[in-house]
Design a protein around this ligand. Structure first.
Ligand SMILES: C=CC1=C(C)c2cc3[nH]c(cc4nc(cc5[nH]c(cc1n2)c(C)c5CCC(=O)O)C(CCC(=O)O)=C4C)c(C)c3C=C
Ligand SMILES: [Fe+2]
Length: 530
């Protein structure tokens, strides 16, 4: 049983039934934050105990594949300075803050081995990986949510759906070069982040932990243990929080920690903090605005271009029933980017839609494809697509947006089409991630935040355990699972056909599991009955 520490203040009341991190966090920072753009938010997955402090040079950075940081900083030979002295000596308030920040850095680097764990989705590297990757994805209860009574069907169902979907997915991956670029890009981001941290006097190792493919999060944790990291910052590479992405990765991390915590003294002692979402950070917003500005200028009449934000969707019930803050965070993110563009003198119209829906349940609306058609009908002639929920190129930017949506747009009467690239290793963005990590360091392993100083901090604390627990309590009421086939021609026919098919599959599976006879047994997917 993990030790749950609750942040004090108004948050828990709001949280009792929902993943309402935004309400929670806004309530935390409504008064003391000088700017919402400078916020990042951190949580602790487990309560951390007293960290062991054995300082070693972290200049030779490695992940699962060693990374090549040139940073020569390492164990601090100086005792940590007293930051209070600097506050009183500084001539202005802003100088005092800066000096205090740099002292906080020294304080947390001294005698510590800092690690940053980047959490991401992972993607198949070859076409042979596609089906097992899909199996891992659909076996995740945060992706396919079965009522409690049917939980035992999670894996057979994942097997069934992954086998059924693999041919279509393989076609997609084949068309973008035979595999996902996600691992390569995430590795490059990890290296760039490490260099940026070194450049800001924070020697740290960066690790990549994927949810559904190599390098798996478990492998990253093993490496972190081998390297003897004493302070870990967990940074999901999704700007906005969703139960299905960052939430799922954090849940996995929580289970790794809680499985190991009994027998593994190292994990008990390793202090950590989590930055659950960072879409509102100034560096990220500015980097996005710069990319958009650059693409706008390629159009014949930049001021006439409709900026079309396309986010990966989630089933509507995640937001409406489970309290996923994803939609709210997405909308706020788009507003912030548009505000930044306005400040730069660009007053383009914009719209937000959701792409990549899977199966017959209702997803967040408006849907990207329907919106493109509607914009064409309204006479929009220039469209700039902005992928907004993910910071790497991936199958849904390279295939779905660049090929499918572009074709649909041109067919719908749009004459000029453009697409903003994903951020990847864009320097302002990476530098801002490094700042987010540095700002979170004082909170690594912090226990309670009942004192005024911590409550007024820029980076509020909380507990993911609490969030996970409240989310679990809603699971019984979650919607039917996502399924992948679509029959019929109308939306409602698709929905009902899908539901009927789902029931049929469930009935067949129950029959198979109880009788021991059927296709899954013949294919060796289910073991024979004893
Ligand atoms: C913020 C980003 C993402 C959300 C939210 C998300 C939710 C979500 N996804 C599926 C189903 C699939 N996703 C697939 C690939 C995929 N998903 C994301 C991001 C989010 N998913 C990315 C970046 C990728 C691509 C990885 C890559 O290899 O490049 C796939 C596999 C591809 C395919 O067959 O289409 C599926 C399936 C669900 C059901 C869901 C929410 C519940
Ligand atoms: Fe997805």
């Amino acid at each position: 049983m993990l030790h749950v520490r609750l942040a004090p203040g108004p948050a828990p009341r709001n949280l009792s039934r929902r993943w309402d991190t935004s309400a929670y966090l806004h309530s935390w920072c409504s008064v003391p934050c000088p700017s919402r753009l400078s916020l990042s938010r951190t949580y602790s997955i487990k309560s951390s105990l007293i960290g062991s402090a054995t300082g070693l040079c972290l200049g030779q950075c490695c992940r699962i594949k060693p990374l090549s940081c040139k940073c020569k900083l390492g164990r601090s030979s100086q005792p940590p300075p007293d930051s209070r002295q600097h506050f009183s000596a500084s001539s202005s308030a802003s100088e005092a803050v800066l000096t205090a920040q740099s002292d906080i850095r020294k304080l947390f680097v001294a005698n510590e081995k800092i690690g940053v764990l980047l959490l991401n989705l992972g993607g198949p590297e070859t076409l042979d990986d596609v089906q097992p990757f899909l199996f891992n994805l659909f076996a995740d209860p945060d992706i396919i949510r079965l009522p409690r009574a049917f939980r035992f069907l999670q894996k057979p169902l994942a097997q069934f759906i992954s086998v059924a979907r693999a041919p279509k997915s393989k076609e997609g991956y084949a068309s973008i070069g035979g595999g996902s670029p996600l691992r390569q890009i995430t590795d490059a981001q990890g290296e760039a982040l490490m260099e940026a941290l070194c450049g800001k006097d924070i020697p740290a190792k960066v690790y990549v932990g994927m949810r559904y493919w190599h390098p798996f999060t478990e492998e990253a944790i093993e490496q972190i243990k081998k390297d003897g990291i004493t302070k870990l910052v967990v940074l999901p590479l999704y700007p906005q929080f969703s139960i299905s992405t960052s939430g799922s990765s954090l849940r996995l991390l929580e289970s790794i920690f809680s499985c190991n915590v009994r027998e593994d003294e190292y994990l008990v002692n390793m202090q950590h903090t989590v930055i659950p979402s960072w879409y509102q950070r100034e560096g990220y917003i500015k980097a996005m605005a710069t990319l958009i500005e650059k693409e706008l200028l390629k159009f014949p009449k930049p001021q006439k271009v409709m900026i079309f934000f396309s986010a990966h969707g989630v089933p509507l019930a995640y937001v409406e029933e489970a309290g996923d803050p994803y939609k709210a965070e997405m909308e706020e993110c788009v507003d912030l980017i548009m505000e930044e563009l306005e400040k730069r003198g660009m007053a383009n119209p914009s719209t937000l839609a959701y792409q990549s829906r899977v199966g017959p349940v209702e997803w967040l609306k408006p849907y990207t494809d329907e919106t493109i058609i509607a914009l064409g009908q309204r006479g929009v002639k220039s469209l700039l697509a902005v992928p907004i929920s993910f910071v790497s190129e991936h199958i849904e930017t390279l295939e779905e947006i660049d090929v499918e949506y572009k074709e649909l747009a041109l067919q719908s009467g749009i004459k000029h089409w453009g697409r903003v690239p994903a951020l990847g290793c864009e320097p302002t963005f990476i530098s801002d991630l490094a700042d987010a990590v540095i700002e979170s360091l004082p909170y690594v392993g912090a226990m309670a935040v009942s004192n005024l100083e911590a409550r007024q901090s820029l980076v509020p604390l909380g507990s993911v355990e609490e969030l996970l627990a409240t989310y679990d309590s809603k699971r019984d009421m979650l919607p039917p699972p996502v399924i992948v086939w679509e029959w019929g021609w109308t939306k409602s026919a698709e929905t009902w056909n899908g539901r009927a098919a789902m029931l049929a599959v469930l009935a067949l599976l129950v029959l198979e599991v109880t009788t021991g006879q059927g296709l899954l047994h013949q294919w060796g997917i289910l073991p024979p009955l004893p």
